[in-house]
Design a protein around this ligand. Structure first.
Ligand SMILES: C[S@@+](CC[C@H](N)C(=O)[O-])C[C@H]1O[C@@H](n2cnc3c(N)ncnc32)[C@H](O)[C@@H]1O
Length: 223
């Protein structure tokens, strides 16, 4: 392949930089506006947006599904609960990680989203995971059912964190894990310190933190 001369590269960078800057600025403005709106108006992410957040760049460079399943603390044989599966990409990876002796139950408050997740699980040939409609405030599960519950980019969409975490604690087994994964570009992104401040008084202790400011995973253990 022909090598691009250095001066041409420099010219290209100079010509493209205003464009790159404009894209970054647009994203910044959009994100800031979305954050302001979300301060006052909470609603679950609409189903048509699922493919936007579930893209190949995220899977390849930021949050590869198999890496995330391990980072969430999921082990073979576990009974896992996922809140807000979106496109179910991470549900599939979790189901593969728990293996045939484990299971994954994904719940979503949006019927269309749960339907989409169920369809994706079926298409992927996953038999140890299911997606159903349920609200995290009052889940249709018995006390002490799950080994681990995880939420990726979900907790910020839920207006009453206390109510949600209280019901999650109820369905977790003693010593069960509650995992949050967050990413800065999400307009509902909570700071790690906010989660620690709000979740620990509800009967959890911090077990593990991975990542940094841009994206992180925070694992709590049921105390
Ligand atoms: C931003 S999407 C995240 C999707 C997926 N976890 C991911 O990271 O690609 C948030 C999901 O949480 C669901 N959700 C919001 N509030 C909920 C609630 N109260 N109970 C259950 N699911 C909820 C939404 O319907 C949506 O599917």
């Amino acid at each position: 392949m022909k090598k691009v001369p250095l001066f041409l590269k420099i010219v290209l960078i100079i010509l493209l930089s205003p464009l790159i800057l404009a894209v970054v600025l647009i994203l910044l403005v959009f994100n800031t506006l979305a954050r302001i709106v979300r301060k006052f108006w909470h609603f679950p992410m609409p189903e048509f947006m699922a493919p936007w957040i579930d893209n190949k760049y995220r899977h390849k460079y930021v949050q590869p599904p198999d890496v995330m399943a391990a980072r969430h603390g999921i082990l073979p044989g576990m009974k896992v609960l996922e809140i807000g599966p979106g496109n179910a990409t991470y549900t599939i990876a979790s189901a593969e990680r728990v293996g045939p002796k484990g299971s994954v139950t994904a719940i979503d408050i949006e019927p269309k989203m749960a339907e989409r997740a169920g369809r994706r699980l079926k298409e992927a040939g996953i038999t140890n995971a299911e997606a159903r409609v349920a609200d995290v405030y009052a889940m249709p599960f018995a006390d002490n059912t799950f080994d681990l519950c995880y939420m990726m980019m979900v907790i910020g969409e839920i207006p009453d964190m206390r109510r949600a975490v209280t019901d999650i604690r109820r369905v977790l087994k003693p010593g069960g894990l509650l995992t949050f994964t967050e990413i800065l570009i999400d307009p509902d992104y909570p700071l790690k310190s906010t989660l620690i401040r709000k979740v620990t008084p509800l009967g959890f202790k911090v077990k593990q933190f991975t990542g940094g400011f841009v994206h992180y995973t925070l694992i709590f253990e049921k105390a």
